[in-house]
Write a protein that binds this ligand. Structure first.
Ligand SMILES: NC(=O)c1ccc[n+]([C@@H]2O[C@H](COP(=O)([O-])OP(=O)(O)OC[C@H]3O[C@@H](n4cnc5c(N)ncnc54)[C@H](OP(=O)(O)O)[C@@H]3O)[C@@H](O)[C@H]2O)c1
Length: 295
């Protein structure tokens, strides 16, 4: 039996689609069956939904019954360490064999993990899992390409991509690629005791990313380099929490110190997944970048 958490989230939904496409059954832990139903998970073939909360061990008996392998995803929120560490402990007590942690502590990225709260949290959880006695694998993606969909309002209305990344490079990865790796790893097992870094196939400046979005939508999108303070003001004005804005400030400060991005496709190669380029991603989401209803 394979169990996934985070099924109503960005990566979880994509991974469930992979299971459905490959006609492979999967159990999915959700906090709310109603929310899962809104996401269409109750109508996805092969999906068994079980309600429970990763942070509440007493709610997980049915979800963890006869489970051999788990994909563990939860939100990037201040309670992430507590939620995931508790969940790992419950998995151990329920005799799960192998936990695959959806991480974010991509090594070789050049960050000082102590300076960005989410890398720091992922490292803490990874350490806890490694010391738990369970078999473990960490999937460590770089920035998601899907993060650029957050910029749709500026792109669609004003024709600009406004970010505080000066002329540094990043190597974003498509979550569709991560989902394929996750599915194959959960289905076949193995890779125990391994950390699987994943980036996209190109190191790109924001100018190059704007050019690829322009080509996909047939309209010029200009990159405008803004200051971190300007981005912070705009995030807060749009309802982002102070804590999340602080986290993004920490991440930006680290990124600006290291202008060259690493490209690592070893995990794609090992799992036989063709790396999606940003141009392909932008083409696939052209309607979203134009500001269509799905965006
Ligand atoms: N943004 C990036 O570029 C990037 C890059 C690398 C790694 N990451 C990492 O990716 C992870 C987030 O992935 P995502 O974007 O797919 O997540 P997401 O869209 O925020 O979804 C999080 C999922 O976790 C579930 N969840 C949260 N707490 C739970 C709990 N206590 N019990 C059960 N389920 C719970 C949520 O369920 P509900 O629907 O009930 O809330 C939701 O399904 C984070 O760990 C982040 O650090 C992000």
């Amino acid at each position: 039996m394979i169990l996934m958490t985070g099924g109503t989230g960005l990566n979880g939904r994509m991974t469930i689609s992979e299971f459905a496409r490959e006609r492979h059954p999967v159990r999915v832990l959700v906090r709310s069956l109603a929310k899962a139903s809104e996401a269409g998970l109750d109508r996805t073939p092969g999906v068994e939904l079980v309600e429970g909360d990763m942070a509440r061990p007493e709610s997980l008996c049915a979800a963890l019954d006869r489970v051999e392998r788990v994909l563990m995803i939860s939100s990037a929120t201040p309670d992430m360490v507590e939620t995931q560490c508790r969940f790992i402990d419950t998995c151990r007590r329920a005799r799960v064999r192998h936990v695959v942690k959806f991480s974010g502590a991509e090594s070789g990225i050049g960050y000082d993990p102590a300076k960005f709260r989410f890398t720091r949290m992922h490292e803490e959880i990874e350490d806890h899992l490694e010391g738990s006695g369970l078999a473990w694998t960490h999937i460590r993606p770089s920035q998601f390409m899907q993060v650029y969909l957050r910029e749709v309002p500026d792109i669609a209305a004003k024709g600009v991509l406004r970010l505080p990344f000066a002329d540094i490079e990043l190597s974003p990865v498509d979550i569709g690629d991560i989902a394929k790796v996750s599915f194959r790893l959960l289905r076949d097992g193995g890779h125990e005791g391994e950390s699987l870094d994943m980036t996209g196939p190109e190191a790109l400046t924001m100018e190059k990313i704007a050019a690829r979005i322009s080509a996909a939508i047939g309209r010029e999108i200009r990159y405008v380099a803004i200051s971190p303070e300007e981005r912070r003001r705009s995030l807060l004005a749009n309802g982002v929490s102070v804590g999340f804005a602080d986290a993004l400030d920490e991440q930006t400060a680290e990124r600006l110190k290291r202008p060259a991005a690493r490209v690592y496709l070893g995990t794609h190669t090992v799992f036989g997944v063709r790396p999606t380029t940003f141009a392909e991603f932008a083409q696939r989401h052209a309607d979203d970048f134009r500001g269509g209803p799905a965006a």
